[in-house]
Design a protein around this ligand. Structure first.
Ligand SMILES: [Zn+2]
Length: 82
């Protein structure tokens, strides 16, 4: 299961398009309703993890922090991203 999650993170950052190791990448939940935290996905099945990943952008820790900061400032809903 950990390997599955790792694979999902082995793509370039959605925002800066840089490629980082999986442990630098975060799931940023932007679509639909969050059913569970992917970092705790070992509790759930592989299919569910993939479903949940569909609702997320994979961004690096830097960009994730920037997104979080912007959200805090603007108090915008998650879906405002686009
Ligand atoms: Zn980035």
């Amino acid at each position: 299961m950990q390997a599955e999650i790792r694979k999902l993170k082995e793509i370039p950052c959605f925002d800066c398009k840089e490629t980082y190791p999986y442990y630098v990448m975060d799931f940023d939940h932007v679509r639909g309703k969050k059913l569970f935290n992917l970092s705790k996905a070992k509790l759930s099945g592989r299919v569910k993890a993939h479903e949940e990943a569909q609702k997320c952008d994979v961004v690096c820790a830097n960009c994730h922090r920037i997104r979080t900061h912007k959200r805090k400032n603007k108090k915008m809903p998650l879906s405002a991203n686009g």
